[in-house]
Design a protein around this ligand. Structure first.
Ligand code: NAP
Length: 300
């Protein structure tokens, strides 16, 4: 079966695109490799998305998933391996087979950055976490380390300070880049000790669990967990067979969210842009779909 549009990724941008496409009668398919909602599932509290004065990421994710089901938008849980082009159509190769469409919207988001330490991957889920909301309660009344200095790091340090006994916040600069109001809230917390100008140079393990983090090759902190909030790397690995235009790994798009390859659009956190917010991701998805709908009408 050939689709009008295949959307890769069921985060907020991909779902927004699907809603607009379906309302315009496009034959659309969503493909997601993990959990619908994407990054939303790792956000503790959202208080800057219109319509919700305060909502948790997983709850907003559920609301979005409801829209997909209510509108009967088909979706597949599958891992996209690559995109290729055949006679102006796009072939999406996945671990469950191939799918074909006229247009594609890539909404693959971005992954957590790595510190680059040898046992970092191995200890993920064994003391290393990138999701305070998911794993925070495992460390009730324990001592934990958290690395990063942006909005996520500060927000999650505040959240975890209400659960853990003590938090060592490790940041490589002399000041935080997070919003001022968050930093002010953080500084009021009595159980957060901040290490500025500091890098984690080693993670010491015991029995395959995080035991200590070493900062600046010198100071050993005994902890049960290390939460990493050091930003993201865009997910662009599906472009093995296509020469897509990238900047620092982020997909370059025009005002209509079309890439340099005709018919392939990209939206959300995987594209090069200035502001990475839920609301801008939703906007990207809507604009990309509307652009495709207009193009299809013109080509009729
Ligand atoms: P971010 O803003 O990119 O911050 C990453 C932090 O990690 C920076 O402090 C960075 O330090 C540090 N870092 C990067 N690589 C490192 C490394 N190898 N070792 C140690 N530290 C490292 O990422 P984010 O905080 O996850 O935020 C991502 C986006 O989501 C931002 O646009 C943010 O505003 C948004 N966000 C918004 C909200 C909200 O509005 N409530 C909440 C969360 C996130 P340097 O500065 O030195 O690079």
């Amino acid at each position: 079966m050939k689709y009008d549009l295949i959307i890769i990724g069921m985060g907020i941008s991909g779902i927004s695109a699907a809603i607009y496409a379906k309302h315009s009668g496009l034959n659309v398919l969503l493909i997601e490799k993990n959990t619908p909602g994407g990054l939303l599932n790792k956000i503790n509290t959202i208080n800057n998305y219109p319509g919700y004065s305060k909502i948790s990421g997983p709850d907003l994710s559920l609301e979005l998933f409801k829209s997909i089901n209510d509108l009967n938008i088909p979706y597949k849980i599958a891992e996209v391996e690559s995109i290729s082009i055949k006679n102006d159509n796009k072939i999406i190769s996945t671990n469950i087979g191939e799918f074909e469409s006229k247009y594609v919207i890539v909404a693959t988001g971005r992954n957590n950055k790595k510190l680059g330490l040898s046992n970092e991957e191995k200890l993920l889920g064994r003391g290393i976490s990138t999701c305070a909301l998911c794993d925070g309660n495992l460390y009730k009344d324990k001592d934990i380390a958290l690395v990063g200095g942006g909005n996520s790091a500060i927000e999650e340090a505040i959240y975890l300070s209400n659960i853990a006994n003590k938090i060592y916040l490790i940041h490589r600069r002399s000041s935080f880049t997070a919003e001022k109001s968050l930093v002010e809230e953080l500084l009021k917390k009595k159980n957060i000790e901040i290490f500025y100008d500091s890098n984690i140079t080693e993670i010491i393990e015991d029995n395959n669990q995080v035991k200590e983090v070493v900062i600046n090759n010198d100071k050993h902190l005994v902890v049960d967990a290390l939460f990493k909030y050091i930003g993201f790397e865009p997910n662009n690995s599906i472009f093995k067979n296509i020469d897509i235009s990238l900047e620092n790994g982020y997909i370059v798009v025009d005002n209509h969210y079309e890439t340099n390859v005709k018919g392939i659009y990209a939206v959300g956190d995987c594209i090069k842009k200035n502001i990475y917010q839920l609301i801008t991701a939703a906007n990207d998805g809507a604009v990309a779909s509307i652009s495709i709908i207009k193009k299809m009408e013109k080509n009729k």
